[in-house]
Ligand binder design. Structure first.
Ligand SMILES: Nc1nc2c(ncn2[C@@H]2O[C@H](COP(=O)(O)OP(=O)(O)OP(=O)(O)O)[C@@H](O)[C@H]2O)c(=O)[nH]1
Ligand SMILES: [Mg+2]
Length: 394
């Protein structure tokens, strides 16, 4: 699974990326600081099941602090997007192509109002305009991809009497569009059955709706620590009442994680507090106090960074965190306790989990046993978040 960060220039995409990954990336206050995409690993936070077993896990990947398990997810930070990007303006549409593989977008919006629509410094900018611009460009990007092959494609589908949703999913698999996405769009838009008769407007609304459904989006209302943030946050929520909008301060999260890495503080990503571990100088104290006062104490989700990654994976994509575990033995052959936690898509069954672990487990599946309750489950059992299962094979 891949989470892509999008937004106009200078909104803090790379800062968010760096806070989540601690990778060395360039951050600066001028537009187009990032040119080539940055790939890295961040984490979603799961209540670890080790607590229920009165033990401490040893993750193979990620880490666990105070029974909060941090499970790796792939992140991608791309160049800033400006009006006309889909037609090649700014850094063009090359980097839009990098976004094809994303499953979900985090749209970073600068709610401080201190950057204009192109990412240059200003005052009093209205961020609702940025949401409109970005979505418009993403829609046009999808539309252009569709138009490249639409006429030939739709004629072929009709001639061969192929199933439309299946054909679209196949033709546009590079965009990670699946059959269910297409069906949902058709149901919603009630377009004419013959796709060869669709007008340009109809193709555009098909492309836009498919974009919305195949790449769900959360708005990271960044720079909530600065400028007219509170006022603009309300404005955004009012303008987009159905959107998931979370206030965030990527800069604060970055400072906290760096201080924690240097051993100055103890900070668990996503928490609303930190503990000072070492003697700090006045500058350090002041910086941390400011973060506490202006961000952690003020916003429900702390800096928002961890909450946004979690919401993208668990609320939007509805993924499930599943632990391979046996009721009798929680360790692997090396004695590592609960070494793995995997993220599986919604609707996954016990059999899917078996195949996920190993093809042979899938082929020779007999049953799964819940390590918490010792209840046996058949192959069609629908997985639940934080399930712990052992697979039994022939
Ligand atoms: N006040 C404040 N400033 C921030 C925050 N996040 C990022 N910034 C600042 O915003 C500026 C731009 O940050 P970047 O992370 O480089 O922005 P970007 O979106 O990656 O920009 P491009 O790569 O040019 O598209 C930098 O000066 C950051 O320090 C935040 O939460 N609060
Ligand atoms: Mg950047």
């Amino acid at each position: 699974m891949l989470i892509g960060f999008v937004g106009k220039p200078s909104v803090g995409k790379s800062t968010f990326f760096k806070a989540a990954t601690l990778a060395e990336v360039e951050i600066a206050s001028y537009p187009f600081t990032t040119i080539k995409p940055n790939h890295g690993v961040g984490y979603v936070k799961v209540d670890c099941i080790d607590k229920e077993f009165n033990t401490q896990c040893n993750p193979n990947h990620g880490f666990c602090i105070h029974h909060k398990r941090f499970v790796p997810v792939d992140l991608m930070d791309v160049a800033g997007l400006v009006r006309g990007a889909s037609e090649g303006k700014g850094l063009g549409n090359q980097f839009l192509d990098d976004l094809r593989q994303a499953d979900v977008f985090v749209h970073l919006v600068d709610i401080s109002g201190t950057t204009d629509i192109e990412g240059k410094m200003t005052e009093g900018h209205d961020p609702t305009e940025d949401v409109l611009m970005l979505e418009d460009e993403l829609n046009k990007w999808y539309y252009n991809i569709f138009m490249k092959s639409w006429h030939v494609f739709s004629r072929q589908v009709e001639m061969t009497k192929s199933k439309f949703s299946e054909a679209v999913a196949k033709q546009f698999s590079g965009l990670k569009v699946n059959q269910d996405d297409v069906k949902e769009v058709l149901l919603k838009l009630k377009l004419p059955e013959k796709s060869t008769t669709w007008t340009e407007g109809e193709i555009m609304s098909f492309a836009s709706t498919l974009r919305m459904i195949s790449k769900p989006m959360i708005v990271a209302a960044n720079k909530c620590d600065q400028g007219n943030a509170m006022e603009n946050l309300e404005k955004l929520k009012k303008a987009y009442p159905t959107y998931l909008i979370v206030p965030c301060s990527a800069d604060s999260e970055l400072a906290l994680r760096q201080a924690a890495k240097a051993g100055l503080i103890e900070y668990i990503p996503g928490e609303k507090d930190f503990k000072i571990l070492k003697d700090l100088n006045d500058k350090q104290k002041e910086a941390l106090n400011k973060i506490k006062e202006n961000v952690l104490d003020k916003f429900e989700q702390g800096t928002g960074v961890q909450a946004i990654l979690n919401m993208a994976v668990f609320d939007l994509l509805k993924y499930l965190a599943i632990f391979p575990a046996s009721a009798n033995k929680l360790g692997d052959s090396k004695g590592n306790i609960l070494p793995d936690c995997f993220l599986l898509p919604p609707g996954s069954t016990a059999l899917d989990f078996a195949y996920y672990l190993h093809t042979d487990f899938g082929k020779n599946f007999i049953k799964a046993v819940d390590a918490k309750t010792k209840i046996a489950r058949g192959k069609d059992y629908l997985l639940k978040n934080r399930d712990a299962l052992e697979i039994f094979t022939r």
